[in-house]
Design a protein around this ligand. Structure first.
Ligand code: 3PG
Length: 213
C-alpha cells in the first residue's frame, strides 16, 4: 500500500483533509475531490462520527485511498485500522502508534517539527514524516535545513498550506506531498457547493504539475 500511495502522490502530491460529522457529506466531499484529481484523502478524527465517516468513504467511494488523520492514541489507531484506514496521520510522533503501524505494515505519517523528532522517526525506521504545523515550524527554510541533515527522510508538510504557497513547498525534493484543509472549506460544504471543492482540487493539481516540472 505504501508504494501505491507514493505512486499516486507522485502524480498529484496533495492530501486533502476531510472533516465531517455526516457520512453522506464525507462521501460527497471525497467524490468532489476525486473528480478534481485528488485520490489520497485524510479523514480527520475531530468529530464524534469521524470514524464512521471514514468507513463510509472506504465502503462507497471507488478508487480512492483513505487514511485517518488526527489519530492521537493507539486505541484510535487500532479502531480506524479495523474500519479500513489505509494510512494513519498524527499531529505528533507517539511511539506506540508508530509501532502499531509498523507491525501492521500500514504507512504512518507522524508529526515532527524539530530535528530531535525527525531523528526519533529515523530511529523508529520511518522514511516519511509529517511536518506540522509547517508554516509555524519554520516553513520551507526549516524543511531545507532538516533535509540537509536527514538526507533520506521524506516530509509531508501540513498546517498553513494553501494554493498561495503550495508550489514553494513542492519545489523541495524532500517534500513527498502537502496536506491541508484549504481544499475542503467548511462554508462550501455547509452550502452543498461540492463543485467548488472539485475546482480547488483541480487548481492544486495544476499548481503541483507546474512546480514539479
Ligand atoms: C492537519 O491536521 O494537518 C492540519 O490541521 C492542517 O492544517 P490546515 O488546516 O492549516 O491545512
Amino acid at each position: 500500500i505504501q508504494q501505491k500511495i507514493e505512486a499516486r502522490l507522485a502524480q498529484a502530491p496533495v492530501v486533502p483533509l476531510i472533516q465531517a460529522d455526516d457520512p453522506d457529506v464525507a462521501v460527497k466531499t471525497a467524490e468532489a475531490l476525486k473528480a478534481g484529481g485528488l485520490s489520497v484523502l485524510e479523514c480527520v478524527l475531530r468529530t464524534d462520527s469521524a470514524v464512521e465517516c471514514m468507513a463510509q468513504i472506504v465502503r462507497s467511494v471507488d478508487d480512492v485511498i483513505v487514511g485517518a488523520g488526527t489519530v492521537l492514541t493507539v486505541d484510535q489507531a487500532s479502531a480506524v485500522l479495523g474500519k479500513g484506514a489505509q494510512f494513519i496521520v498524527s499531529p505528533g510522533l507517539v511511539d506506540d502508534v508508530a509501532q502499531l503501524c509498523i507491525d501492521r505494515k500500514v504507512p504512518f505519517y507522524g508529526g515532527t517539527m524539530t530535528a530531535g523528532e525527525v531523528q526519533r522517526a529515523h530511529c523508529l525506521g520511518l522514511e516519511t514524516v509529517k511536518f506540522f504545523p509547517a508554516s509555524l515550524a519554520g516553513g520551507t527554510p526549516m524543511l531545507k535545513a532538516l533535509g540537509s541533515v536527514f538526507r533520506k527522510m521524506h516530509f509531508m508538510p501540513t498546517g498553513g498550506i494553501s494554493a498561495a504557497n503550495l508550489s514553494e513547498y513542492l519545489a523541495l525534493p524532500q517534500v513527498i506531498a502537502c496536506g491541508g484543509s484549504w481544499l475542503t472549506p467548511a462554508d462550501a460544504i455547509a452550502a452543498g457547493d461540492y463543485s467548488s471543492i472539485t475546482r480547488l482540487a483541480q487548481e492544486a493539481v495544476e499548481i503541483a504539475t507546474r512546480s514539479r516540472k
